[in-house]
Design a protein around this ligand. Structure first.
Ligand code: BGC
Length: 365
């Protein structure tokens, strides 16, 4: 009896040990990296970078930075824009897998439309990093690297209120709300962040949205396109602002801010306080000239640098550094993230904000 008991115990211990090993192996593949040290793949491997459309300057800059940074570190950079749209981006990612990319970095046009290609990538053993925009409805994404998108929206909402108070200490203020493209996962997060600040002020009557268009669906700008924002601003102004003044506009980025300003200028009305994002050259000039009120500094050099640091860690068999493991659920999993801090820029801090920026710094001198 006793012997059988001992044998049973030994078998149980062996079974637990085997289970522990399996569990360990699983968690390694689930997060994409290996903890074993040693090279996870050769240094001169191909690294795919799938960028969306050139909807703002940050994406154009990212292309050059990824090419220089990855090639400079000894990898083979394969950086592609998908100006033709979603199916072009799907084909590009498939081609990266076929060419044997070990890491695929994706700035998605539509983060919910790449499921098949991301599965191909993972099946082929590649690690997938969502860059700037989250990849949705898929378990086949290992990491997310971005500026804190919700915080971007909060900063925009706060800047809008502050800018209007500087011009006119007491409300009520007439405002209109613009959001980004609904296929970009970031657009709703920016809007939600801003509305976390603005909604209570709409509810208590400090802010009046004369068009009545306060939902994300009503505020969106398809494709982040300037002409779409300008057309909506024209319609809002003629439809809801007969003799009324428009005090402020929530704009999710600089391209849309400038489009709305163009529309208001054409209407002959005074310019509203308007927010932005991306620190685009024309918008920084507009801030200096006292037209656009604010932008957001999300230094693309730091974001690309961080993405490349992740690639280097994965190549070396290390787990990339993560500083947020709870905020970005993509409807299938919470994606381990490294989030950088966005900075609000107005005329007040424009000089210090871009002091180290080779392009924007000289503009503010
Ligand atoms: C980026 C923004 C940019 C927008 C349009 C977003 O996903 O986070 O910085 O303004 O795309 O290009």
């Amino acid at each position: 009896m006793q012997m059988i008991g001992k044998a049973g115990k030994a078998a149980a211990i062996a079974a637990i040990a085997a289970l522990a090993l399996t569990a360990c192996g699983r968690s390694e593949t689930a997060t994409g990296g290996s903890t074993t040290g040693g090279e996870a793949f050769p240094q001169n491997s191909s690294i795919g970078v799938a960028l969306p459309q050139k909807t703002s300057e940050n994406w154009v800059l990212a292309e050059k930075l990824f090419n220089d940074g990855l090639n400079g570190a000894g990898f083979k950079a394969d950086v592609q824009f998908a100006n033709g749209g979603v199916s072009e981006q799907q084909n590009q990612i498939s081609a990266m897998v076929t060419k044997g990319a070990k890491v695929i970095i994706v700035g998605a046009i539509d983060g919910a439309q790449l499921g098949t290609q991301l599965k191909q990538a993972k099946d082929a053993g590649a690690t997938v990093i969502a860059y700037d925009r989250l990849l949705l409805n898929t378990e086949n994404v290992d990491y997310y690297v971005a500026y804190d998108n919700f915080k971007v929206g909060v900063l925009q909402g706060e800047a809008l209120l502050k800018g209007m108070q500087e011009k006119k200490p007491q409300g009520p203020y007439n405002v209109e709300l613009f959001a980004g493209s609904p296929d970009d996962a970031n657009a709703k997060v920016f809007f939600d962040g801003a509305m976390s600040v603005l909604k209570p002020k709409i509810d208590d009557g400090t802010l009046k949205v004369l068009s009545g268009q306060t939902s994300f669906e009503q505020a969106v700008t398809q494709g982040w396109k300037a002409e779409n924002a300008q057309r909506r601003a024209d319609t809002l102004l003629t439809g809801s602002y007969g003799s009324a003044t428009l005090d402020g506009v929530l704009s999710p980025n600089d391209t849309i801010a400038r489009a709305v300003l163009t529309s208001v200028k054409a209407s002959g009305k005074p310019l509203p306080v308007i927010t932005g994002q991306d620190s685009e050259v024309e918008s920084v000039k507009s801030i200096l000239a006292g037209e656009q009120y604010s932008t957001i500094n999300k230094d693309t050099r730091e974001l690309v640098d961080h993405a490349i640091t992740m690639v280097k860690d994965i190549q070396a068999g290390k787990k990339p550094e993560i500083n947020d493991d709870k905020s970005y659920n993509n409807k299938v999993k919470t994606v381990p993230a490294y989030l950088l801090e966005p900075v609000i820029v107005t005329k007040e801090n424009v000089k210090t904000a871009y002091a180290n920026d080779p392009v924007l710094g000289p503009l503010t001198k």
